[in-house]
Design a protein around this ligand. Structure first.
Ligand code: DLL
Length: 432
């Protein structure tokens, strides 16, 4: 089932011609309306007419989060303020948030993208979609809200939090699709178990989980606990919000809507473009945005691109699961470590619960990494030797996979804080 077959199954040659046309329009738009883009292009000695092929995109300078910060709040907007009908913002770790704007057409396009994603997750007119992403400045809630309405399904705009009420609504309104972060989905699943609800009382069929990394094992755990199919969805505020890319029923990479976005993978250090299949930083150019077009935006997300045909029939390239962000990467005694790698090891050992936190510290100029991970009630009450065996096994598997020595601390159930939005996995005391 497709939402927009003409677009989603476009032949590559036709798609390329379409992309080139839209790219030229976008470059024209920013060159003539956004001082910062014009200035950067002039510095690079480029005028819009120099963009003759899709490959010429590489001639253009990158855009970074810093550019958005430098032009806070709306210096990169390409349309007059009177045309902006909505703003969202992403909270930065430092200082001011990043403000993003939308025209009426941008909002309509965004709803189209989400409608495509919901359809990939089996959504139809008669679906009941519970939107448990936060409503407000965060793009998750309202993004899904408008997309669900566009699909013609019923939306439950519950936002994040109040888990017991979520479950009551899920049961009473017969929710079929749950939209939230994977960590919150897991928390909901556990709460259902704790409440002793019969799974047959829950009519959920699919989940559409994104906004943070989720390993394959974690996905399986959620699927099994909720008895659903979990689809990964990707997006970021600077580009539009959720709906940039999503998994189809084959769950083998996330189709990126290439009629709206041109993806590239670059080496994060040299900025060189990498060939399909290679892992690197995802760079996105929007080709159908009015208020805030972005040219070669460096997402800092690590993934790869796959142009192989997908059995679902969609021709759009697929992003590999997002491994993490270049700025999430921990450097522990010189070794690059992504939290998702630790998660994979924990899930593979399999004796612990999927709730963990990484505590990074530095004593006597030496980095240390402590992994706190919950074990089940039963295990915790078990003999000390068994716990010690598990602890050793995790530490040794981490050493084999990543080459670093870590401290593993098995903690009691429910001692690690649950998240209702994006989970906080890392506490870096070196930066505090
Ligand atoms: O998180 C938009 C979103 C909402 C996506 C709901 C999916 C669902 P931001 O708050 O701007 O926007 O954060 C964007 O979150 O650069 C990634 O690092 C991370 N991220 C988003 N989706 C995924 C995913 C929203 N599926 C940042 N897997 C991005 C891994 C993701 N990381």
């Amino acid at each position: 089932m497709y939402w927009n077959k003409t677009r989603e199954c476009m032949q590559r040659e036709q798609l390329k011609a379409y992309q080139l046309q839209k790219l030229k329009e976008t470059i024209d738009l920013v060159y003539h309306n956004v001082e910062s883009y014009r200035h950067k292009m002039q510095q690079a000695g480029i005028i819009p007419e120099d963009i003759k092929t899709l490959d010429d995109l590489k001639k253009l300078p990158f855009t970074t989060k810093q550019d958005l910060r430098d032009n806070y709040p709306n210096g990169l907007f390409a349309t007059p303020e009177s045309e902006i009908i909505r703003i969202h913002a992403s909270s930065g770790t430092t200082g001011k948030p990043t403000v993003v704007g939308y025209t009426r057409r941008d909002i309509a396009n965004w709803a189209e993208l989400i409608a495509r994603c919901l359809t990939m997750a089996g959504g139809k007119k008669n679906s009941v979609v519970q939107v448990a992403y936060g409503y407000g400045l965060f793009t998750g809630g309202l993004g899904f809200h408008y997309g669900t309405e566009k699909l013609g399904a019923m939306v439950i705009p519950v936002s994040g939090g109040n888990t017991k009420r979520q479950i009551m609504l899920m049961k009473d309104l017969k929710t079929t699709i749950l939209a939230c972060t994977p960590s919150y989905a897991l928390h909901i699943a556990e709460t259902i178990e704790e409440m002793g609800l019969d799974r047959n009382e829950i009519k959920l069929k699919a989940g559409i989980f994104g906004a943070e990394p989720c390993t394959e094992n974690m996905r399986k755990e959620i699927e099994q606990k909720l008895g659903i199919k979990a689809h990964d969805i990707y997006g970021l505020s600077e580009v539009i919000g959720p709906g940039v890319a999503c998994e189809c029923s084959y769950q083998n990479g996330l189709h990126i809507s290439e009629d709206f976005f041109i993806p590239e993978i670059i080496d994060p250090v040299t900025g060189e473009t990498l060939p399909p299949g290679q892992k690197g930083e995802l760079v996105i150019t929007t080709i159908d945005k009015e208020a805030l077009p972005v040219i070669r935006y460096r997402t800092r997300d690590i993934t790869s691109l796959n142009y192989e045909p997908c059995p679902c029939g969609r021709t759009f390239a697929r992003l590999g699961k997002i491994m993490g962000r270049t700025d999430d990467m921990l450097i522990i005694r010189g070794v690059n470590v992504f939290p998702s790698q630790i998660e994979s090891v924990l899930m593979a050992v399999g004796e612990t619960e999927p709730h963990y936190q990484l505590i990074v510290d530095r004593t006597d100029n030496l980095d240390s990494l402590e992994i706190r991970v919950e074990v089940s009630e039963k295990l915790f009450a078990d003999e000390v030797r068994k716990l010690e065996d598990i602890r050793k096994k995790i530490a040794s598997n981490i050493y084999t996979t990543l080459g670093i020595n870590v401290n593993v601390r098995l903690v009691e159930p429910h001692t690690i804080e649950r998240s209702e939005g994006k989970a906080k996995r890392v506490i870096d005391k070196r930066k505090l």
